[in-house]
Structures are given as C-alpha cells and as structure tokens.
Design a protein around this ligand. Structure first.
Ligand code: PDD
Length: 295
C-alpha cells in the first residue's frame, strides 16, 4: 500500500494490489483522455450521497456515449468493498472509466467488443487544517478555456490543470473560471458568493459541473431560512462580493479571502472568512454528523 492509495484497488472486475494493477498504453484514457470519473467522500466508513454520485456518473457516461458496464448495485458493492478494506474511517473514493484499449489508435470509438477500463481506489480524506480554514485561502481569476460540456465529469482536465497550476504558482489555492464576463466555477470546485446577506450561486448549465456539495449547500440554506439566489454572477459582482467560497467533496466549504491579491469584502473584516461561510460550514458538519456518523 502507498500511504495514499489503499490496497486492494479495483480494476476491471478484480480486487488486487495497486502494484499489480496494470493497463494497456493503448488505453483511450491515456491516448485521448477519453473517460469519466467520480470522487465520493466517505465519513465514518459511509459513502456520502453515493447514489447522487453514481447518478452523475451515469449522466456523464450518457453524455460521452459510453455504456455503463456495472449496475448501480454493482457499483455500490465495489465502493463498499473498497471502503471496508481501507484502513481509514474518512476516505475519498475515486472511480474512473475509459473507453478501453483497442489494438490501434483511431479517434472514432473502438469496435463494440472492446471493453471499457474500470478503475477505482480508496484514499484517505484530506480535510483542510483548522488554521487554514480560519484564515481562508487565496484565489485568482482566469479565462475559462474549457470546452462547452463542463457539466460532464470527464477526465480530460487539461484546462483545469493549467488553471489550478497558475493559481498555485501565485501562492493561491484555486483559480476561478470566468467565461464571457460571468463566473462559472473553480478549477476543481463550485463557487458561491454572498452579497448583502444573500447567498448566490451560478445556475447549473452545460458550462458548470453540477456539484454534489453545491446541492447540499443549497438544501442547507433552504432548511435554515438563508436567502438564496441562483442566477448568473457577473465578474463585477464577484469582485464586489462580501464573501466568496469554494466548495467540493474534498474541500467541503472553504472561504476565499483574497481574489487576485485583493481582500474579499469590505471594512475591518475584509480579507477574513465571512460569517455565513462559518455558519454554512457548521451546518454542513452538523448535517454530516446527523446523517453519517450516528449509529
Ligand atoms: N472535483 N467543479 C469542478 C470543475 C470540480 O472538479 C469539482 C469537484 C466540483 C465540485 O463537485 P462536488 O461537490 O461534487 O465534489 C465542481 C473533484 C473533487 C476532483 O476533481 O477531485
């Protein structure tokens, strides 16, 4: 076992040590980035919103016209077995499918007999340390150079990789993607803003990944009576926001406290995590604890 990946991993119907898991260099994931993935957080050995993640996986498979080789029940079985075998209580389950390996390189789909490659593994869930959460993180804005089906969770992530790297090189945690003057999401997160007490989020379109955490946050806001507006956010509104957050299955809710080097928010608390970020983080923990950790 590496400290990051638990043994066994799952590959094409078998559970085996990572060191023995091999795929063809002609795999279309390797040649074309022709595949899909999911990341499912696990708390106290329970997969969080597993059915929602598996439904999003199905939607992405439908979007790239790749038949799902496993039923929902089979997927659940694979995930539960990985969770059981891993040494950590809180985990992150990674699932990936590609369009398999033909005996040649050709952009068009391979013949029907070529099976998809299916790979999955468990890693420890790395949560944000309390001091970083208390300070918040920096972000930059970049042009969104991705394709037009960002609602699909595909493994071709080069534009996301380059955007995130640009952020890292500037000492920041995330790059916020702007397209035609509107905020879409982060390189690997959804983005929320707060203005005058109202929580705002961009709507689900083909230009944004429909985050599972995004849904949970909107549900929590509703159940706690927090005013919400789901509508397109202009770049100027992003820059004038009182709070900006990034959200994802692995980051949960993390306040962005500087944007392009300038403090987020106004007045004496500018550049600090805002009150709603803190409240939402607590609601999220309470929700997790009540749904996942009891019993
Ligand atoms: N990324 N938008 C993008 C582009 C993402 O890559 C992610 C998650 C999200 C948030 O989705 P969710 O709340 O379902 O995790 C939004 C995962 C964690 C990753 O690529 O590792």
């Amino acid at each position: 076992m590496t400290p990051y990946v638990a043994d066994p991993v799952y590959l094409n119907g078998r559970f085996l040590p990572l060191a023995e898991a091999g795929i063809s260099p002609l795999d279309r994931g390797f040649l074309y980035g022709d595949g899909v993935y999911e990341v499912i957080p696990v708390y106290s050995r329970r997969a969080f919103r597993i059915d929602e993640h598996l439904l999003r996986l199905q939607a992405t498979l439908d979007g790239i016209k790749l038949a799902n080789p496993l039923s929902l029940a089979d997927w659940r079985e694979v995930v539960f077995r990985l969770i059981d075998a891993a040494p950590w209580d809180d985990q992150s389950i990674y699932l990936q499918l590609t369009r398999g390996a033909d005996d040649k390189r050709d952009h068009a789909f391979p013949p029907a007999g070529v099976p998809p490659t299916v790979f999955a593994f468990a890693s420890p869930l790395v949560t944000t340390p309390a001091d970083i959460r208390a300070r918040g993180v920096g972000a930059i804005t970049v042009d969104d150079l991705r394709w037009s089906r960002c609602d699909l969770k595909v493994i071709s992530l080069l534009a996301n990789v380059l955007a995130r790297q640009q952020a890292v090189e500037q000492g920041c945690a995330e790059a916020l993607l702007l397209r035609d003057g509107y905020l879409k999401e982060g390189a690997a997160s959804n983005i929320f803003v707060v203005k005058d007490g109202v929580l705002r989020a961009p709507p689900k379109t083909q230009l944004m990944l429909p985050g599972i955490t995004y849904d949970v946050i909107l549900e929590l806001a509703k159940s706690h009576g927090q005013p919400v507006r789901v509508e397109e956010i202009e770049e100027t509104e992003l820059r004038a926001a009182d709070e900006v957050w990034m959200t994802s299955s692995t980051k949960e809710i993390l306040a962005i406290t500087t944007l392009d080097g300038k403090p987020v928010g106004k007045g004496p608390t500018a550049g600090q995590p805002g009150p709603l970020a803190e409240r939402m983080w607590q609601w999220y923990q309470d929700f997790k604890n009540s749904v996942m950790r009891k019993g």
